[in-house]
Design a protein around this ligand. Sequence first.
Ligand code: AMP
Length: 223
Amino acid sequence: MNILIFGPNGSGKGTQGSLAKQKYDLDHIESGAIFRKHIGGGTELGLKAKEYIDKGELVPDDITIPMVLDVLQSSSSNGWLLDGFPRSIVQAEKLWEALQKDGVKLDFVIEILLPREVAKARIMGRRLCANDPNHPNNVGIPAIAPDGDKCRVCGGELSARADDQDEDAINKRHDIYYDDKTGTIAAAYFYKDLADKAGFKYIELDGEGTIDEIKETLLSQLA
Ligand code: AMP
């Protein structure tokens, strides 16, 4: 089972993605998390990527595309949930070429739809749990407000990602996401157009619902 998930930063993509991941026991391949791991480990790739990430810009394709395709190829036999990639029409095309070349079937593509201003407010309220980045905590969404200053799921330490608090960086990231000519929405539409012909299901979710509502819709669609 192989799944692509699209959604602007702040749409709950991580939360919904982990649901799909658990249902099918998939590898969660998240390009942003791979970069953060490299940065944490002080690798050469991490150092190069950091200058772009700190500015809210995309890491160049010659670094990103081989890195992600490499991780995809070495993933487990159950399949993967790919999150954060592709983020541009070029990445969408390169991924599709690689899947065709390797004879890898895509089963679902999920798109979470959310207005830009709502997404921005949610990002600024987001907190990251030290034990599990998929534990949902957001000071701006009452249903998933942290427990004091600790993670509402496990009581772990919380922090805000530096790039979550930088409005210019958020605006830049959303400029990329909502660009329907060459950006991430364009990448999503590339797969939307392919869905019927290529035999995978394209699932659109209304990101303004509660986490549970979106989960329910997603689970019924994934059946
Ligand atoms: P994320 O955790 O998905 O918000 O990613 C954090 C940052 O990593 C992004 O703002 C980009 O700088 C970089 N990044 C993640 N995925 C990609 C990608 N597919 N292409 C280029 N840069 C990426």
